[in-house]
Ligand binder design. Structure first.
Ligand SMILES: Nc1ncnc2c1ncn2[C@@H]1O[C@H](COP(=O)(O)OP(=O)(O)O)[C@@H](O)[C@H]1O
Ligand SMILES: [Mg+2]
Length: 213
């Protein structure tokens, strides 16, 4: 086992069908092969409370859900995940790989739904003890290609193309504001090309944090 000096938090972000889950899983396989202690979580979910909230959030039956209710449910699930899994794993000096985290809330609820950024930032800090990813991969893809790739039947995926365009643009703005943390990947490239890019960047990142392979 290769121990890290401290925990490292890596998230994957992007619109539906961009390839987040594919890339997060490829990174997790590499971490396992490299015997680097890690956990893999997805949002919303990965706790029993969170998976129950996920079911409510993604169920197309809940058409009337207000954007404020929506953001609070996402944050409720994130809070449980943070306190039940992520903080402990970081304390144990593991790599935490998250399929979505707080940037999703900014992209989907602030840019997508026009909720007030400051209030959402405060609620997000309250929900998560203020933790944020050390490194984030934004898998960028045009909305149409992403929608063609994804199943498209959950409540979020069913929103119209303009909503998803605002989400994509929101992510790109976030990336421009946080160039050091957020790395943009061109999601139209082949899966294995992208996973190599991810692994190269993670290796460099871990080396900078004092991790020796
Ligand atoms: N780079 C890629 N090129 C082509 N197809 C891809 C690529 N990445 C993922 N896919 C495919 O697109 C679909 C959605 O990928 P997924 O990783 O589930 O996206 P997300 O988690 O962002 O919604 C899957 O069928 C997956 O196999
Ligand atoms: Mg996914």
């Amino acid at each position: 086992m290769h121990s890290l000096k401290r925990g490292v938090f890596i998230s994957f972000e992007g619109v539906e069908g961009s390839g987040k889950t594919t890339q997060a899983e490829a990174l997790v396989e590499w971490l396992a092969r490299s015997q680097i202690p890690h956990i893999f979580v997805r949002e919303p979910g990965s706790t029993s409370v969170g998976e129950a909230i996920r079911e409510i959030l993604l169920n197309p039956v809940n058409k009337e859900m207000h954007p404020k209710c929506e953001v609070l449910l996402f944050l409720a699930a994130r809070s449980q995940l943070t306190y039940e899994k992520i903080l402990g794993a970081l304390n144990q000096k593991k790599v935490v790989v998250a399929d979505r985290f707080s940037d999703s809330t900014i992209a989907y609820q602030v840019y997508g739904h026009d909720l007030p950024a400051r209030m959402v930032a405060i609620l997000n800090r309250f929900a998560t003890a203020g933790i944020k990813p050390d490194l984030t991969f934004l898998v960028d893809i045009d909305v149409d290609t992403g929608r063609q790739r994804s199943a498209g039947n959950d409540r979020m995926e069913k929103r119209d193309a303009q909503y998803h365009e605002r989400v994509r643009e929101g992510y790109l703005r976030l990336a421009r504001r946080a160039k050091k943390r957020i790395k943009i990947l061109d999601g139209s490239k082949p899966v294995d090309v992208l996973s190599n890019e991810v692994i190269v960047q993670v290796k460099q990142f871990l080396a900078r944090k004092g991790h020796k392979p």
